[in-house]
Ligand binder design. Structure first.
Ligand code: MCA
Ligand code: AMP
Length: 467
């Protein structure tokens, strides 16, 4: 029989003696591992046999119970951003063919969604005695944006999750003695796979702060903290909160480049040189600095155990596309064989689309992305094409071009250039926020008489005026 994916839950039935009433805290709700296992067991019993299940991924303990229940039952989980508008949500549900949507508190418009909602109740208890699902089976279908079109569902196996979490536990010396603290969304790799399953596999306590604010991070007194660079930028803007993190063991940044000044401010205020790690939805986390190693501003460190990297550089050049192989890679995009094939080289290496360089000592530096149409804002990956399509769905929008403009706090902010027939900036921002997840909304709209185009009529984003 396979080893359990969520190791610490397997031993939480009382025999291990390691349980505590606040092993898992999400916002105001605390529960023990045994309580979580009981509530998850009830979920598993209800959905067992379903081909795939969606979870409305609010930052709540119900979301954790829903995800754990599905993993117990071996039903692939599709996390749905709780603020996704009907266009994004219905695409995710239809494309994944999820017939059930697990949710703690049904939202008002969910009756319109093409699924049956299944309530999750933390007070329920059921013992689950099903066999551990096969390691090669799908744990998650994670929807992630490409440069154009609607998000694609990345198939992530249980084996990939286990391999990644074990490699990270090694790199960060992550043990049951740790208290992990973060407030990241529960529908992406960072907050959900690392931030929830990591704690449940390692056996550390987890405190999810609801939102990743400096004050909330400071209030917990944890040992291991996760944040995207925007979170760390906000922490260093709040010196009192930053100083409160001095007692921690390790501060970890990822999902976007950590600016060197934020690294230095963190060191000065907390005494910690943060660990920076690099990853992608499709590959999970693959490169990191280590608890027992050097941490250098601007560098993401060395490949994790089992990962091999190479730089596809032009003859004589030192920087080029970062390519990877290893046990943490995804099993392709659901329903998209061509996109899956296109993401690998002929000799089977995954093409990250990130441009990188490797120092003689093996330290990796991410220089940028090959395509400017994949935007990283607040650590969220957003496809320019998806936002452009949402804007073009507005009856007053004739043309639209979307870019990621450099932004001190968000890394990049979404700026939309539009040609319209009389509509305001606020109306367009709200329109996109209503169709897609709120974080995909433009923060700024520039009105033009025409988009710059080349002789073929293709919009030339490089010729757009400054944001
Ligand atoms: C504002 N709001 C609106 C509007 N304007 N709502 C609707 N329509 C509007 N026009 C509201 C929102 O609902 C929200 O309300 C509030 O404004 C704040 O939203 P926002 O401004 O978007 O938040 P922010 O302060 O800019 O967010 C910063 C953040 C966030 C908290 C750092 O960007 C974040 O959580 N990022 C994490 C992303 C992440 O986890 N990425 C990992 C991807 P309310 O506050 O009431 O809800 S995985 C990955 O990248 C790989 C694997 C890796 O390496 O990790
Ligand atoms: P996502 O699919 O949301 O997981 O986003 C993955 C992308 O985030 C990668 O392809 C990188 O462009 C970016 N990324 C993640 N971590 C880092 C990092 N530490 N430094 C620079 N870029 C990063």
């Amino acid at each position: 029989m396979s080893a359990p994916l969520l190791t610490s839950l397997a031993g939480s039935g009382g025999a291990s003696g390691g349980d505590r009433p606040d092993a898992l805290t999400v916002g105001p709700r605390a529960c023990s591992r045994e309580e979580l296992l009981g509530a998850a067991g009830a979920v598993a019993a209800r959905i067992a046999g379903a081909p795939v299940v969606a979870v409305r991924a609010t930052p709540t303990a119900e979301t954790v119970a829903a995800v754990v229940g599905a993993l117990l039952a071996g039903v692939p989980v599709v996390p749905v951003p709780p603020d996704s508008g009907p266009a994004e949500r219905d695409h995710i549900l239809r494309d994944s063919k999820a017939a059930l949507l697990l949710t703690g508190e049904p939202s008002e418009d969910e009756h319109a969604a093409p699924v049956e909602t299944v309530p999750v109740d933390l007070a329920e208890r059921a013992a689950w005695s099903g066999a551990e699902p096969a390691p090669e089976s799908t744990a998650f279908i994670l929807y992630t944006s490409g440069t154009t079109g609607a998000p694609k569902g990345a198939l992530i196996s249980r084996r990939a999750v286990a391999a990644d979490l074990d490699a990270l536990a090694g790199a960060w010396a992550w043990t049951p003695e740790d208290t992990l603290v973060h407030g990241l969304p529960l529908f992406h790799v960072h907050g959900l796979v690392l931030g929830v399953l990591g704690a449940l596999r390692v056996g550390s306590r987890l405190v999810h702060t609801g939102r990743p604010t400096p004050a909330a991070y400071a209030a917990v007194g944890g040992s291991l903290y996760f944040g995207v660079p925007t979170v760390w930028h906000r922490v260093v803007q709040d010196p009192a909160a930053a100083r409160a993190l001095s007692a921690a063991r390790l501060l970890v940044s990822g999902s976007a480049p950590l600016p060197a000044p934020v690294f230095r401010d963190l060191e000065q205020l907390t005494g910690h040189r943060p660990v920076e790690r690099y990853g992608m939805t499709e590959t999970l986390i693959t490169i990191s600095t280590r608890a027992d190693g050097e941490r250098r501003p601007g560098y993401v460190g060395t490949p994790l155990s089992g990962i091999r990297t190479r730089i596809a550089a032009e003859e004589g050049a030192e920087i080029g596309e970062l390519q990877l192989t290893g046990p943490t890679l995804f099993d392709g995009y659901l329903n998209r064989p061509e996109a899956t094939a296109g993401s690998y080289t002929e000799d089977g290496w995954f093409r990250t689309g990130d441009i990188a360089a490797v120092e003689p000592d093996g330290f990796h530096r991410i220089v940028g992305r090959a395509s400017t149409d994949l935007i990283k804002s607040g650590g969220y990956r957003i496809g320019a094409g998806e936002v452009e399509n949402a804007l073009l769905d507005h009856p007053a929008v004739r043309e639209a071009a979307v870019v990621g403009a450099p932004h001190e706090d968000l890394g990049q902010q979404i700026v939309a250039y539009v040609v319209v027939d009389g509509v305001s900036e606020a109306e367009l921002i709200d329109f996109v926020a209503g169709q897609l997840s709120v974080h995909k909304r433009p923060r700024k709209v520039r009105f033009l008489d025409a988009l710059p185009r080349n002789a073929m009529g293709k919009p030339q984003k490089k010729l757009l005026p400054p944001a």
